[in-house]
Design a protein around this ligand. Structure first.
Ligand SMILES: [Zn+2]
Length: 139
């Protein structure tokens, strides 16, 4: 499925470098001891920039909402319609959300409440992006 290729900048480069190593890094404020995402130059809670670092997270989460894109306007995604767009909450901090197309899950079949794990998809020869897949339940 063609996806937008991220263009890392100085701020987001550690995140994308980690993704390319199949790791998920989240910004972490050592003052507030809070994780934050999306990536921001300063802490959402205390506005400090100097206390921000990075923390590797396990990459586990849960689907809290999902819709299906049937008539989106993003040209390069039109051939894929309909496709899932799910909101994932991160286990380490459920206030942190990621969007996912849930590769491997049929449109309209996104199981709300299901556990998901991060995976990494190649969008160009030297760039991976994080995606989320539903955990297989043990029978
Ligand atoms: Zn802070």
């Amino acid at each position: 499925m063609p996806k937008l290729i991220p263009v890392p900048n100085e701020l987001t480069k550690p995140y994308w470098d980690a993704v390319n190593s199949r790791k998920l890094l989240i910004q972490y404020c050592s003052d507030c001891q809070k994780l934050q995402y999306p990536i921001n130059p300063s802490c959402y809670h205390c506005s400090q920039a100097t206390s921000l670092g990075w923390k590797e997270v396990e990459g586990k989460g849960e689907i809290i909402a999902a819709i299906v894109i049937e008539d989106g306007r993003l040209n390069r995604r039109m051939p894929d319609q309909p496709y899932n767009l799910a909101v994932i909450s991160l286990d380490e901090d459920p206030t942190i959300n990621f969007y996912s197309n849930l590769p491997g899950t049929e449109p309209y079949k996104a199981p709300i409440g299901a556990k998901v794990s991060v995976t990494f998809e190649e969008v160009s020869p030297d760039q991976l992006i994080p995606e989320w897949t539903v955990d297989i339940k043990e029978v």
